[in-house]
Design a protein around this ligand. Structure first.
Ligand SMILES: [Zn+2]
Length: 79
């Protein structure tokens, strides 16, 4: 947790809270919280008991959904 800015690429906001062994800004922390809520209460409970290292894969999975949202017109599937 030595990051000074958000771990999300392209985001220059100041860190607000830890996300695994990294740190995210307030906006991305709330986004991550929402993402975890969507996974259901069991995921929420499980996550609370995890170490920072164990949380990293979830942070990475969530971070991937962020990048998709930022580039929505990359490639449209051909029917
Ligand atoms: Zn951010």
């Amino acid at each position: 947790m030595h990051d000074l800015t958000c771990m999300i690429r392209g985001c220059q906001a100041k860190v607000y809270a830890p996300a695994g062994t990294h740190s995210v800004c307030r906006a991305h922390f709330l986004s991550y919280l929402t993402w975890r809520r969507r996974k259901g209460p069991q995921m929420f409970m499980k996550y609370a008991g995890m170490t920072m290292e164990e949380r990293d894969p979830y942070v990475a999975e969530w971070a991937n959904t962020i990048r998709v949202e930022e580039a929505p017109t990359a490639s449209a599937p051909k029917a």
